[in-house]
Design a protein around this ligand. Structure first.
Ligand code: SF4
Length: 115
């Protein structure tokens, strides 16, 4: 089975979904994510956890695959995402790149540290 999801944040929901699919009889579960890894919190209206809780901010893709329990895990690149939605202008992609277009309320440090 190939499972497409829009993002992985903490990874707990995805892990539960993969477990349910295996319980239902899926022999293999291959995950394809239609956004690049979600590595930075959003300060502009989306309720996201801090970096310590973002799975992609603290683990390699291989480690994420193991945690989730999928057979393979791949993310679309930012360039391919922009192509897919035919985006030629600028727009926020801070949760994927860490490049915030407007001031944020805290100073961000390396993944794994408190801020
Ligand atoms: S793209 Fe920007 S506004 Fe949208 S969720 Fe990511 S950080 Fe928030």
């Amino acid at each position: 089975m190939v499972l497409v999801d829009d993002s992985i944040v903490r990874g707990t929901t995805t892990k539960a979904l993969v477990g349910m699919l295996r319980d239902a009889g899926a022999k293999e579960v291959h995950l394809r994510i239609s956004s690049p890894p979600f590595m930075w919190p959003c300060y502009y209206g989306i309720d996201t956890p801090n970096r310590d809780e973002l799975l992609a901010a603290n683990h390699s893709i291989s480690e994420m695959n193991s945690f989730i329990g999928s057979d393979s895990l791949e993310f679309i690149t930012l360039a391919n995402l922009r192509d897919a939605i035919q985006l030629s202008g600028e727009c926020c992609d801070a949760c994927l790149t860490g490049a915030y277009p407007a001031p944020i309320p805290v100073v961000i440090s390396a993944a794994g540290s408190r801020w």
